[in-house]
Every structure is written in C-alpha cells, then in structure tokens.
Design a protein around this ligand. Structure first.
Ligand code: SF4
Length: 224
C-alpha cells in the first residue's frame, strides 16, 4: 500500500519551469493549492515482478523473452543479474482533474500536471524503497524507464503485459505507446548481487526538460 501525504513544492515549481527561489508568493500558493487537490484524488496502484536478465548485443533480454533494445539500458544494467520491473499509476481521477482544469485555466492545469508528476515520482520512490528491501545485500542502479536514452517507448505494451497491468492496476498503453491513465510510470530497477558503480540520473525523465530555466542557462538544478 502506497500513501503520499505531501509533495515537495520546490520540485513542483522546478517542473513548472520556475527555479524555486524565483517563484513569487502567488505562484507558490497556487502550487500548494494544486498539491492539495492532487493529493485528494490520487489512488496509487502498482504491480511488479522480479526477472532474471541477460545482456545481449541488441539490448537487455528479460526472462520470458521480451527484448528491451538499445545500448543505454544495457550499459546501465552492467553488473546486474536480475531486475525488478514495475509499473505504477495515480489512477484515472488525476487525469480527469487535469483535463477539467485545462478547459478553464491553463496555468492551474500546468500546476496540477506538475503536482501529479511529483506525486507519481514520490510513489515510485516509495516502491523503489520497498523493492530494495526485498533484495538484502544487493546494489541498485537508479530506476530506468522507457523514453530514457535510446530505450524506445514502444516497449511499454510488452512491459505492461508482463506485469498483467491492465487487469491488476487498470494501466494500458495507447497505439502511440503513451500510458493511460497518463500519470503512470513503468520502470526497470536493476538488481546486482555485488557492488556496482553508481551513475547520475541528471535530467533523464525530468518533466521539466522542455521548459527548464536551469538547462536554458546551461546549468543544472543540482537534483540528480
Ligand atoms: S536541471 Fe534537469 S533535473 Fe533539474 S529541473 Fe531542469 S530538467 Fe529537471
């Protein structure tokens, strides 16, 4: 059972494209109000499986045969023998809240969307901690999702099928490989029985990438 009771408002502001120290009171207040609205409607659900993995020339082969193609995930999972594959969703009510706001006020809709992104990240952080607890003495590179590096989004359907996600948590993928409900994640958490070198996540998967003021200025927010 995953419960999220608060959101990091500085993170929400960064996702909105505003460095937290540049946010005026009105914007911070709006982000806080939207965080309360999002927390009231989210219904986190998730599903996972532990699978052995094989690193192949074309990518990473999951137990059962699904190939996750590309060089980046293969390099990321160097030293791992297994992976905990999981999916998580905030549920359809969160999408509906954002859609309703889009008809009325685009700034509020953006704030709600960014709160929901922070919430789904928070859900995944909790899942990751729970999963790490199931592999005592192991090491873990950061969780990796379709769309990071050269891992294509078209693996979403295969991952959801492996996790029986449509039936277990109501999570599907569209023909364009977008998750629905939209505020959802699939992820691969590598599991190594030995020590591994940790790499930085940096901007991979950050919802702020398009609008990020730090990146536009050639810098970084410092959150990895
Ligand atoms: S610098 Fe990167 S990680 Fe930080 S807010 Fe911008 S896009 Fe996100």
């Amino acid at each position: 059972m995953i419960t999220i009771t608060r959101l990091n408002i500085d993170e929400v502001l960064r996702y909105m494209g505003c460095p937290p120290d540049k946010a005026d009171e009105a914007l911070r207040g709006q982000a806080e109000a939207c965080a309360r609205e999002v927390l009231a409607v989210i219904r986190p659900r998730w599903s996972w499986r532990a699978l052995s993995i094989t690193l192949e020339a074309e990518g990473v082969r999951l137990e059962g045969g699904l190939l996750l193609p590309g060089a980046d995930l293969r390099a990321h999972l160097g030293g791992c023998e297994r992976a905990a594959v999981f999916c998580a969703t905030l549920g359809a009510e969160t999408d509906a809240l954002i859609r309703r706001a889009e008809q009325l006020d685009m700034v509020r809709a953006l704030a709600l969307d960014c709160c929901a992104s922070a919430a789904v990240e928070g859900v995944c952080d909790q899942i990751e901690l729970q999963l790490q607890g199931k592999f005592p003495g192991c090491s873990f590179p950061f969780r990796y999702s379709p769309g990071y590096g050269d891992l294509p989004l078209d693996v979403q359907s295969g991952l959801l099928e492996l996790l029986d996600a449509p039936r277990r948590v109501g999570l599907c993928a569209t023909a364009n490989h977008l998750l629905t409900p939209r505020k959802s994640v699939t992820a691969i958490l590598g599991v190594a029985s030995g020590e591994i070198e940790q790499s930085q996540k940096s901007c991979l998967g950050c919802p702020a990438q398009e609008s990020c003021q730090y990146r536009k200025a050639g810098g970084h927010c410092g959150i990895s």
